[in-house]
Structure formats: C-alpha cells, structure tokens
Design a protein around this ligand. Structure first.
Ligand code: FRU
Length: 494
C-alpha cells in the first residue's frame, strides 16, 4: 500500500488544546489506542499505534506512525496501514481493520506483523505481513493471511502477534483464550511467511483473565533462558496488565514462572509493548488510557496518548524495575530544591512559585516506626486556588499503602488507585512523579512499582501542597523541574 491513502472522510480536527499533553506522544487528531510495532530501525525509534484518523472514536483501525531519534521528540509520519483487503476490511464495519501487532527488521526491510480483524458475530482474526524498504511505505504481502486460522477451534480471540528472532528462527506469541483461560500461543517461522504452531508459551491458571491481549515475550536477565512475559488480560478485575518473569526456551514452548506481578497500578496503562534498542536497552511503551473510561478529550477531536517510555530491568529477586528513559532529563529546566523539612501534623505546606502542569518531582520521605493507623503523608498536585481541585498522592505507613486519589481532579473518571510499598531498607520512600497537562505517572522506590492515571483538571489548577496527617512526617528532600513541551509550538497552541 502506498502512502497516498485516499481519505474516506476528512481527518478529525483538534478543536481545543485544553487537554493536549506537553511531552507525551498523541495522535495529531482522531483516535489512538495500543502501541504497535515499536522498533529501533536504521538509527531511529519507530512506533506505530492503533489509529482512527477520521473521528476520536474506535473506528476502522489504521496504523498511525511516528519516529524519534531520542525517545523524547517525535515526528508524525504518514499512516502506515489502512484497511484495504477482505481480511482486514473496512467493509466489515465497526472496528474492522488492521489490529495490533509488532515490527522486526528482516534483512534491511521493516516488516510488520498484524492482525486482520473483520467484525461480526464471530469476528474473523488472521495474521498478516506488510513490508517496507524505506520505513515509510508498507506493502501488504499477496500471500496474506500468513496464519489463516487459530490452532484452537473454539478460541476467544486470536490476535496481536509479537515477533522476535531467536537463533535462526522467527518466533511469535499471539494472544488468545479458551474456556475462560487466557493464553499466549507460540509460533515459529523460517521466513515470517510460513508459521508452525508450537503450543501455548503460557496460559492463565484460571485467575488471570480469559483472553490475553497484546502478549510480549522477550529475554531479559543474565541467563539465556531468563525471560519476561507481558500481557493485558481481559476480565481480571482491576488488573489490566501483568508481567511474569522466569525461564523460557523458545524451542520448548513452556514458560516456568518465578514472579507474577502487575505492570502498573494505575487505571490508565494498557497494552504495553517492548523493543530493544542499539544500546541493548529493553524499552516499554503503553497506551495511557483504558477501554471504557470517560475520555473528555473526545469532545476536542482527539483521544489517546502513550505513557512515557520506560526502561525495564530485572532485579535479583526476579521482579522488574521500570525506569523512565534517561533521555527525558533533557526536558528539565528551572530546578528547585528543598532540603530536609519536618511536615507538622495537620499542616499543608506550599512554596512560592512551586507550581505547574508540566513538572517532574522527586520527593524522598523518611518513615519512622510507630506511626498511628490514621497517619499519612504525601502531596497534592494540580491544586486549584480555591482548594476544590487536586489530585493526591499519599503514603500510609501503618498499612504500607500508597494511593493516588483523583476524585477531585476535574473532568474524567474519579477513583483511587492503590498499591503496597514497603519502605527501602533505610526507611525511605522515594516518589518520582511526572505531571503532564492531563496525566500523572508515578515511579516508586527506584521503579519497583508504577502508577499511571489520566486526570483532566482546569488549566489554572497548578498548585502543589505537601501534607502530613495524624503525626509529623519527614521530607528528606524535594526536587522539582519544569518540563518543556516537545512540540515547539506545533501542537501546544489553541
Ligand atoms: C487491545 C486491543 C487489541 C486489539 C486492538 C484493537 O487494546 O483490543 O487486542 O488488537 O486493541 O484496536
């Protein structure tokens, strides 16, 4: 398919900038969901995403495309895939089209593997290949679909291929489900065209969802068999993304699990996908929204954003660490540092000039033993002057619970996210928060857990308040930077 897509309608228009983000990737207009085909290709980071360009709704799925040299500044490129064939047909109605998938480099070419999805009572899902030699224009293979049917006759979904190379062979995991059990099905190919089914690489034990969307399976760790599996389980309560670490041999098709954990503890983090770059870093992208949420930006002609790229590392105990990529530091300006401060019980502290809607905050608190059950400390951000609007991040030492409360944070859904966090060995709690105009991403204790939420406060709500309740708290240090916009005025203005 060429770049010169015949527009079937005119592209959506962003009518109001109020919810646009300053340093996150968003579609130019229209709808965005999952990251697709994240890949380091010919010296640049390429990302694709589920996209409907004509309205901010989940319509016929296209693949939007953007690239970056530094994981921070992004350039939008022409749409890479649009529905055009019987197997990914626009005519199927609903969200029929080019569903999620991945990208690899094969002998200099950029190859996309994606799911052709045709809506219906029993949706048809098949796997397809498209190639490019310039990283811009993609041609769908005449032999598509390359996997024409699921190996499981009565499956609940068969989609989202994630491809990687192991030795001489290509491997792919594909998300599926059977009799209430979510699965990642493993396939192998010599050439990306002929695929053999090897069996499930992993499946739910009955408690981890009935369909695994967007599985990703990759080596990470010292031993060649150390692997990580990531998936987005459907129907697993408030758990939207999971990771497993353990041992995996792609020729054996069976994952031996050591750790199972949530990837993120917020409401708005879904369908993560990873890639390796030229420095050998394993980097994860994700959709910073969730199906079924209120999406106030739809009123303005757009919807969807990527979370910040996170580098993944595996710790000795097999848990992962999630770290914002170091390139993001180039956005910092206007540093403010506040040294050790005792926050008195019941006090709310703010500092003149310390405010904003585009900030990075590193706050270190010290937890001392013997806190009362009611004790909590933390900070409120995006505070309005009248005190009515704010989002709160609070730690409760007695229960070792960290919460993010967005019940007073403007338009959009409310709700409180929570997660268990033990203080570090020296009693410290480290909170690293990225605030963008409509998002909060929190990295705790050097990335042991993260929490990502969208909020839609009034543009004028920019205050920050520190607090302690039912006991004093020690703030060891607070560092705040203003983060610049990545759009050079191209996106930021109304
Ligand atoms: C996950 C998902 C995928 C699918 C795509 C469709 O969010 O449902 O399973 O391929 O979105 O847009």
């Amino acid at each position: 398919m060429s770049n010169n897509i015949q527009l079937k309608e005119s592209a959506a228009v962003v009518s109001d900038q109020r919810y646009r983000l300053n340093y996150h990737l968003m579609p130019p207009s229209g709808w965005m969901n999952d990251p697709n085909g994240v890949v380091y290709y010919q010296g640049e980071y390429h990302v694709f995403y589920q996209h409907y360009p004509y309205a901010p709704i989940q319509g016929a799925m296209h693949w939007g495309h953007a690239k970056s040299k530094d994981l921070v500044h992004w350039e939008h490129l022409p749409i890479a895939l649009e529905p055009s064939e019987a197997y990914d047909s626009w005519e199927g109605g609903g969200a029929s089209g080019c569903w999620s998938g991945s990208a690899v480099e094969d002998d200099g070419a950029l190859v996309l593997m994606y799911t052709g999805h045709v809506d219906g009572n029993t949706p048809a899902e098949v796997q397809c290949i498209a190639r490019s030699t310039d990283g811009l224009c993609f041609t769908k293979e005449g032999a598509n679909p390359v996997i024409a049917a699921s190996p499981i006759a009565d499956c609940f979904g068969f989609r989202d291929p994630k491809v990687w190379k192991h030795g001489e062979h290509w491997h792919a995991v594909i998300g599926s489900g059977e009799n209430g059990i979510g699965k990642a099905l493993l396939f192998r190919s010599p050439d990306l065209m002929q695929w053999d089914y090897l069996g499930p690489a992993a499946e739910s034990d009955g408690t981890m969802g009935d369909m695994w969307e967007c599985p990703d399976l990759f080596p990470l760790g010292d031993h060649p068999e150390d692997h990580v599996l990531i998936f987005s389980p459907m129907n697993m309560g408030k758990t939207k993304t999971m990771y497993w670490t353990g041992r995996f041999d792609p020729e054996q098709a069976a994952f031996t699990r050591r750790v199972a954990e949530r990837v993120d503890y917020g409401f708005d983090f879904y369908a993560p996908q990873t890639m390796v770059d030229d420095r050998g870093r394993r980097i994860m992208f994700a959709w910073m929204n969730i199906w079924g949420a209120k999406m106030p930006e739809q009123e303005d002609g757009w919807m969807g954003a990527f979370a910040l790229p996170r580098e993944l590392k595996v710790a000795e105990d097999g848990t992962l660490r999630f770290l914002p990529v170091e390139e993001l530091r180039q956005l910092r300006s206007g540093h403010r540092h506040i040294g050790e401060t005792v926050l008195r019980s019941g006090e709310a502290v703010s500092y003149p000039g310390l405010q904003g809607d585009s900030l990075e905050i590193e706050a270190v608190f010290r937890v001392s033993p013997g806190a009362s059950e009611e004790a909590s400390f933390g900070f409120q951000v995006r505070c309005s002057e009248d005190g009515r609007e704010y989002a709160e991040i609070a730690y409760q030492p007695s229960s070792e619970k960290l919460i993010m409360d967005r019940n007073h944070a403007g338009a959009g859904d409310g709700g409180i996210s929570d997660m268990q966090i033990s203080p570090l060995g020296d009693g410290r709690i480290k909170l690293h928060l990225y605030i963008d105009r409509t998002s909060l991403e929190l990295f705790v204790n050097d990335g042991i857990k993260t929490m990502t939420n969208r909020i839609y406060p009034d543009a004028g709500s920019t205050g920050i308040r520190l607090f302690s309740r039912a006991g004093d708290a020690v703030l060891e240090s607070l560092d705040v930077w203003t983060l610049s916009s990545i759009w050079n005025g191209k996106e930021g203005e109304a």
